[in-house]
Structure formats: structure tokens, C-alpha cells
Design a protein around this ligand. Structure first.
Ligand code: MOS
Length: 759
């Protein structure tokens, strides 16, 4: 057991007494809800420590250049200030890039190393950390710091540098590379009678989870560091800290028991973590570092992306050519690559396909993953172009999709493990009332608003990684299951406890699932909608081992069980029984006098089986918009989405994920964009008053349907994943509905009033 976990720190939520037995597929509320709403759940910045030093980061607004001087005199004169830490007086860190590569998909290039040297790579780069006995003193002193930068010319404007686009260097290794062209898409398109050519632009988006990035580093007497970090993977943060500072793994524990949203921002460790550790090592004290909301705009973002989609169809509306080109920004440090165009070769059946994805390095921080990275842009561009093609071909937009339905993935020439997209179209269309949609555009007006209906398809990958889980059934009949998984608000605590309780036939309140600690059995980062298929399957595997051990003990000790086969047994209500009646025995009685059952299970994906299939999650999104032409405002009054994501373990938490994705789709489609002043090379609206995230008033009625699907190729649970699919296609459905309402085609996001009104 982990001897560093004391009672005060053990915050693992458990279902309230009386919840009783549960099954896979039951809609259960979050077991961590009570701890969260009562404030008992501690987030990264909320853990107490003795003699805590408060750290405040100072950033430079200059996008490119060298630090000429930093004069700390005024800052150090503030009472309570202990130090101004810069690249000149920081503790020793490793300098090789190798030690800064984390466990996420490796980007090619040099990861950003905070306070490494005098080089300025981007506007917003941290250049100093002020340390003080109070947060207020540190913040005040930070404002007084005199930083002089020798500026150099910078380039931050993607659209004027499209001619510099080049292949990502990672394509040489085949990573995320679009498939080779099929047929001759350009020639077929050029000669086609029915065709569209759709160019679009997507603005920069920044992560705005409720919880700010923060790290509390608690230094033990022995120098051990216990770090509460906002991260999507405690073991990833632990790894980077050990590597960057050359500390043995045993000297560092990272915990993330509760995370207030992350959505991809916590996949890579952020500079807040390394700076907090730096301060702790330098001063041999515990340190807390919290970024401000403005500073949330000083690391990774969803990259600005230019796209062009060309589609051609025959007289029946069958796709004859697809050409999808995308150019995205990256930093000069690394090639950030997301799979933007690949889905365009998979989603529909078509013989002539050419996909192209390039990058332009700019003086920016490396972009980073944000919910459905790549698909949120790429599928948007494809699905807007499909809508345009439906009008060019004189077909209903849904009918066009059905005519081009792919039963097999032609880019890889493989079958789908499961694909219930057809049922998604049917069920969502029926619920929405799509057949009653006006055939003509600009046909329906209600008061001062035009009314429009639009639809789009969504697609995301169904991944499984490897993980370990440990299960301990104690003499009191309670079950502890643990894995270094993460719950970024997705419901991991609840769903993992539910899987374990269902597997062993235990009341939910008798199961504790522990996560969020780097010393627990290995688990991947919570990302890519893969946690249930991965950690959930490991939990299931561990519980199966517990059942087998219960069987062995029952055979040994209980009359009537001596000859029982495993398949004859029933595990329910905390008892092992024989299926056809007969004796049963409580788990406690089997454990009496003997040691607890304590097993570990390693989940390795069945790669040999999985690689014979394409594994994906699908959705169909329908929406109604109301457009005020005089004001240019768009209201999304209702959205119906049907999702095929394998077996749904918990429809309550799964629905919550999809609703969150739809809300963000509305936000991406209509509101969110970080605007740059390219003369300064700087993001200007770095706060929530000018960077609008959809609020309740922006969101209409949302209806989520889960289509029946059960995929034992992706996971033994039959589950795929629901974290990302909710957002994919939403902005496209809105765009298509705006066209239906007004006859105005908006392809670029966000579709703000100026674009709606532009002539
Ligand atoms: Mo998600 S962008 O994989 O956290």
C-alpha cells in the first residue's frame, strides 16, 4: 500500500449508503457530486501546507526576442517577497529536449522549457516567478518587476503566411499522416458537373476550464515532493518532473484527485508545474502556484486553421471526388499535429480522394489538443461542404449522406468493428422532425427571425490503450479498486465503481475506486475518449480475478461448492451462489480468517484482433436556429443528437459528456475566438469578458439519443467512448441551419454577427 496517503488526503468519493446494487447501463448520478458541491473535494490549488510560499508568474507581452535585463529591486522591496526567480538564478535543470518530452503523442521538435534561457519564443512567455509569504505580496511585486526585452521581428499571422506551409516532420514516421490519394480526385473534380468548392477559416480557441492551472508542491521533511497538479495524468506529470530535474521517481508523487475540467489542456504538463517545482527545490519549501484567467491564454490553444474542401457528385448525388486540404499553425519549437483531414477519406464512400495537411510555424506557443482535436475543424469543413453539395445536387442533405453511406472504411480497406451511424440518422431525424423541414431555403420566418434546420455527421476514433488495475476485497466485504486514472469531471469515479460493483454483485456504496495518484497502478492520460474502454476494461479484468478467487475459496470451504464449475456461479448481493438455487455464501464469510483477496490485472489491447477493423464513434446532429437578420444574432433553439458509441455504461454521465460537447459546439460555432493584434503578435481578448464561452442563455433545448451498439473489438465491456463525439459536427449543423434559414452560407467559425450581416 501507499504509505504516503494519510486519511486527510484520502478523498476518494463513495456512493451514499442505500444506493444498492447496480448494473452496467444504469443511469447513476456522480458519486463525487456531494464532495464537489460541499467544497470537500480539493482541487490542485486548495491543498493546505505549512510554511507555504506563494508563486506568481510574470509573463512578457513581446512575441520574439531576448531578455535584455530583469531588475528585481522594486519587487524585492515589497514586504514578504522572498525571491524573484528568473533564468539567471533558477535551480539546475536538464537542458536536453529529451527530458522534456512527455507521455502524450510525441511532438517533433523542442518542448518549451520555462525560465530556461533569455530567448523569448512567444507573447505571454513566463520570464520570472515572484515568491512571497502571501499571494497578494507576490502578485503586487510581480507587477513592479522591470523586464526589458530586445524585441526581434515576429510572424503570427497564419493567413498571410499560407505559402510557407510544409508537411509536419512527424509524417516521415507516418504519425497521423493522411492516407495516400485514391484515384484522381483533382481531375474528376475539374470535369464534374455537380461540384462545390468551400474555403473556410477557423479562429484560435483557448482552453477555459473552470479550474485554473495550478500546482501545490508539498515538501516533506525528507525532501519528498507531493505535488497536487491540475493534469489529465498524474503519472505523466510525475514523469516530466523527475526527468526535467533529474529526481528519482521515488522522490516525487503527483496527485490529481479532483480536476475542474481539462478537455485536453491537461494532457501535456504545463509550465505552472515545472515552475512550482523549481521554486520548491530552490527554497526547500512548499509552494503554491496558480495561473490567472489571463494566464490561461499563455500556453497552447486550438490552432487557427485554413481549409479548402472540394466535392463532386454524379447525377444521383454519389460522391465522385473529395479533395480536402488544411493548413494549420504550429510553433517554431514543435510541430503540433492533429488529424484534420483523415476523416474525409473515411466518412463516405468515394473512389477519388486526396487529403492534404500542412503546417506553418509561427512565433506562438505550440498549439494543443482541445476536445475532438482535428475533428472539430476537419469534420466541420467536410460537413458544411456536404450541405452545399446537397443543394448543388438537388437532394435533401440527409438523403445525400445516406446515398454515400460507407459500410466499409475505404481509406484503410477494412470493415468497421461496429457502425450504427444509419440508426443515428434515422432516430435523430425522427426525434427532430426532419421530414417536416421546409424544402426551400429562406422559407420560414417567425416575427423578426428567420428559422432554419440543419444537420451534420460526427465521427471520432474509438481507442483503447493499456492500463493496470488492482482490486482488494477485504474481510468486511468492501471492495477497493485502484488505478492511476483521472476524473476530469467526466464521471470516472462513478463509472469505474459501477463497473466493479456490477462485476462482483456488490452494493455501489461498498465499492471505493481510487484514482488520481501517480503511485497507483499504471494508467494512461485521460484523453481521446479512451478511459472507459481502457481503465474500465482493466477494472473488469481485476474483478474477474476476484471472482475466480472467490470460487476457489468457496470450493475449498463451503459444502455444496466442491464440484461447482465457475460458469455455474452467480455473484450477487455480496454473495456467491449456485445459479440453479442451492447454497450461497457471503463474501465476508469466505474471507473470514483468511487474507483479503488482492489481485492485479494488466489490460493489454488485443492488437491482433483490433487491427482487422476500423474503430470509430459516430453521431448525427440536427439543429434549429433562429437568425435575426437586423442584428446578425443566431440562436440555437434546439439540438437533437444521436450517438453510436458502443455500450453505454452510465447514460447519466455519458449524456452529460455529450451535452457538454454540444454546448461547446455552439460556443465554437458562434462565439469563441481569440483575436490577435498581429502588429504586436499578441492575443488581445484574454479574459472571459471578451472571450465569450457559451452561457446558459446561449443554449437551447438539447436532446441526446444513444443508439444501441455493443463493440467487443474495442473493449471487453462493449464500450467505446463519449468524451469527444458530442462536439463534432455541431458547428457544421449550425452553419447549415443558418443557410437554410437565410440563404447565407457561412463556413468559417465562429459565425459572429458581423459575418452573418456581411454582404
Ligand atoms: Mo481530450 S482533447 O483527448 O482531453
Amino acid at each position: 500500500m501507499n504509505d504516503r496517503l494519510d486519511v486527510a488526503d484520502s478523498q476518494q468519493p463513495v456512493a451514499p449508503a442505500g444506493t444498492g446494487t447496480v448494473a452496467i447501463g444504469d443511469g447513476l448520478p456522480r458519486i463525487d457530486a456531494f464532495a464537489k458541491v460541499t467544497g470537500r473535494a480539493r482541487y490542485a490549488a486548495e491543498h493546505p501546507a505549512e510554511r507555504l510560499l506563494y508563486a506568481v508568474v510574470v509573463n512578457t507581452p513581446v512575441p520574439c526576442g531576448r531578455i535584455a535585463s530583469i531588475d528585481p529591486t522594486a519587487s524585492l522591496a515589497v514586504p514578504g517577497v522572498v525571491d524573484v526567480m528568473t533564468h539567471l538564478n533558477r535551480p539546475k535543470m536538464r537542458s536536453l529536449d529529451l527530458f522534456y518530452k512527455d507521455m502524450t503523442a510525441p511532438l517533433s521538435g523542442s518542448p518549451f522549457k520555462p525560465l530556461h534561457d533569455d530567448r523569448i519564443h512567444y507573447s505571454g512567455q513566463p520570464v520570472a516567478v515572484v515568491l512571497a509569504e502571501t499571494f497578494e505580496a507576490a502578485r503586487h511585486a510581480g507587477r513592479l518587476l522591470d523586464v526589458q526585452v530586445a524585441a526581434e521581428p515576429h510572424e503570427t499571422n497564419l493567413l498571410v503566411h499560407l505559402d510557407r506551409a510544409r508537411e509536419p516532420s512527424s509524417f516521415k514516421a507516418g504519425y497521423s499522416k493522411p492516407p495516400q490519394p485514391r484515384g484522381d480526385a483533382d481531375a474528376v473534380w475539374a470535369a464534374a458537373a455537380v461540384r462545390v468548392d468551400a474555403e473556410s477559416h477557423a479562429g484560435v480557441e483557448h482552453h477555459n476550464p473552470m479550474e485554473l492551472f495550478a500546482a501545490t508542491v508539498i515538501r516533506g521533511e525528507d525532501g519528498h515532493l507531493t505535488i497536487h497538479d491540475k493534469t489529465q495524468g498524474s503519472q505523466n506529470s510525475r514523469w516530466i518532473v523527475s526527468r526535467a530535474f533529474g529526481l528519482p521517481a521515488s522522490k516525487v508523487t503527483v496527485r490529481n484527485a479532483f480536476v475542474g475540467g481539462a478537455f485536453g489542456s491537461g494532457l501535456r504538463p504545463q509550465y505552472s508545474l515545472l515552475l512550482a517545482v523549481m521554486a520548491s527545490l530552490k527554497h526547500h519549501r512548499s509552494v503554491r502556484l496558480v495561473l490567472s484567467r489571463q494566464q490561461m491564454f499563455t500556453f497552447g490553444h486550438r490552432p487557427e486553421t485554413w481549409q479548402r474542401v472540394r466535392l463532386a457528385a454524379d447525377a444521383e448525388g454519389r460522391l465522385t471526388a473529395i479533395v480536402h486540404e488544411a493548413i494549420a499553425e504550429t510553433s517554431r519549437l514543435e510541430d503540433y499535429v492533429e488529424v484534420v483531414v483523415n476523416w474525409s477519406g473515411q466518412l463516405y464512400a468515394c473512389d477519388n480522394v486526396r487529403l492534404d495537411y500542412k503546417l506553418v510555424p509561427l512565433d506562438q506557443y505550440s498549439p494543443m489538443d482541445m476536445r475532438a482535436p482535428g475533428a472539430a475543424h476537419g469534420v466541420h469543413a467536410l460537413e458544411v461542404a456536404m450541405d452545399e453539395l446537397s443543394y448543388a445536387a438537388g437532394l435533401d442533405p440527409l438523403e445525400l449522406r445516406l446515398r454515400n453511406y460507407a459500410t466499409r472504411d475505404s481509406s484503410k480497406d477494412l470493415p468497421y468493428s461496429t457502425k450504427e451511424l444509419h440508426a443515428c440518422y434515422q432516430q435523430a431525424a425522427a426525434r427532430f422532425g426532419w421530414s417536416r423541414r421546409a424544402k426551400e431555403v429562406r422559407a420560414t420566418r417567425d416575427g423578426h427571425e428567420w428559422v432554419g434546420h440543419g444537420m451534420a455527421t460526427g465521427m471520432w476514433d474509438a481507442m483503447q490503450m493499456f492500463a493496470r488495475a488492482r482490486a482488494v476485497l477485504s474481510a468486511d466485504g468492501r471492495l477497493l479498486v485502484e488505478s492511476a486514472a483521472t476524473d476530469i469531471g467526466t464521471g470516472t469515479y462513478t463509472v469505474m465503481a459501477q463497473i466493479a460493483a456490477a462485476e462482483l454483485g456488490l452494493a455501489l456504496e461498498r465499492v471505493t475506486f481510487r484514482l488520481g495518484d501517480s503511485t497507483l497502478p499504471v494508467a494512461p492520460i485521460e484523453g481521446g475518449s479512451s478511459h472507459v474502454a481502457t481503465v474500465g476494461s482493466a477494472v473488469k479484468g481485476a474483478c474477474e480475478k476476484v471472482r475466480r478467487e472467490l470460487w476457489r475459496r468457496a470450493k475449498r470451504h463451503v459444502a455444496g461448492f466442491a464440484k461447482a464449475r465457475f460458469v455455474d456461479l452467480d455473484f450477487r448481493d455480496g454473495r456467491v451462489g449456485l445459479r440453479d438455487g442451492g447454497p450461497s455464501v457471503a463474501y465476508e464469510d469466505l474471507l473470514g480468517g483468511e487474507a483479503a483477496i488482492d489481485v492485479k490485472y494488466l489490460l493489454l489491447p488485443n492488437v491482433l484482433k483490433q487491427r482487422k477493423y476500423v474503430r470509430a464513434v459516430h453521431s448525427a446532429v440536427f439543429c434549429e436556429v433562429r437568425v435575426d437578420e437586423a442584428l446578425g444574432t443566431v440562436r440555437v433553439v434546439r439540438v437533437v443528437t444521436a450517438v453510436a458509441a458502443g455500450r453505454i455504461i452510465n447514460p447519466v454521465t455519458a449524456r452529460s459528456q455529450v451535452v457538454g460537447g454540444i454546448v461547446w459546439g455552439i460556443s465554437q460555432g458562434l462565439h469563441e475566438e481569440t483575436q490577435s493584434d498581429h502588429a504586436l503578435g499578441r492575443f488581445m481578448n484574454h479574459n472571459l469578458s471578451e472571450y465569450h464561452v457559451a452561457a446558459n442563455a446561449d443554449v437551447g433545448h438539447i436532446d441526446v439519443i444513444f443508439v444501441a451498439e455493443d463493440d467487443r473489438v474495442v473493449s471487453s465491456l462493449g464500450a467505446k467512448g463519449v468524451g469527444e463525439i458530442g462536439i463534432v459536427g455541431v458547428a457544421a449543423a449550425i452553419s447549415n441551419a443558418i443557410y437554410h434559414a437565410t440563404g447565407r452560407r457561412l463556413r468559417s467559425t465562429p459565425m459572429t454577427p458581423d459575418k452573418v450581416m456581411a454582404r
